[in-house]
Write a protein that binds this ligand. Sequence first.
Ligand SMILES: Nc1ncnc2c1ncn2[C@@H]1O[C@H](COP(=O)(O)OP(=O)(O)OP(=O)(O)O)[C@@H](O)[C@H]1O
Ligand SMILES: [Mg+2]
Length: 229
Amino acid sequence: MPNIAFISPKGGAGKTTAALLLALGLAERGARVALIDSDPNKPLVRWGALPRRPEAITVHAAPTVQDIRDAAQEARRRDPEWTIVDTEGSVRGAMIFAALRFDLVLTPLNGSPMDAVEAIKAAELVASFGRRAGNHLPHHCLLSRVPAALKPRSLATVVGMLREQDIDILPTPLIEKEAFRALFEVGGDLSSLEAHGISGVAAARRNIEAYVEAVNELVQPPKAFRHAC
Ligand SMILES: Nc1ncnc2c1ncn2[C@@H]1O[C@H](COP(=O)(O)OP(=O)(O)OP(=O)(O)O)[C@@H](O)[C@H]1O
Ligand SMILES: [Mg+2]
């Protein structure tokens, strides 16, 4: 039952979008997913209240860090296979590490050097929490809102800055897509968007599939190990 957290000290980096896309992609593969919304603005709770939320996804509010454990307990009643925690965009978001044990922490960032500086801070924060708790917290950055057509030069700078600090980057970036924005207005999953005539849904679906595969590879034990268990 992997627990995944999205954190970044910078607001608007793409945490909530990335958390929802992961939940939708996993649900599409048949997994039960608990989304814990630990942002006081409750964007995922609001998405969950819109029509056509997939049955496989439950949303649980945890307005403060102290509420996360209760939210996770409430979520466990539905026996989720994955738990995904979205946090507010500030260093306070990292306080969730005191509440739950995570198998993977993801920090989305847009392709600007300023974002890279914030993502490096997030990586340091995650590493220091891991050290204090006496266990390594796997952390990856996730490039988000990458333009589909042209890869800006700043993206290469950002990747270079992260690599220089030995920070891992998820191999699949999230593309800038109107469909991803629209999910929060229309509700439901990508099929709801098709019904609303929103374009680019097929490409959005492919992007989610590749993203979910990349996350899955990171948290699932290698096949040989799985067979040995
Ligand atoms: N891949 C994407 N394609 C298009 N729009 C996106 C994408 N990712 C994020 N956005 C848009 O960028 C804005 C910020 O994204 P989001 O709310 O996911 O960031 P956040 O890190 O959760 O922000 P906060 O720190 O405020 O919680 C939103 O308007 C969202 O719709
Ligand atoms: Mg958010």
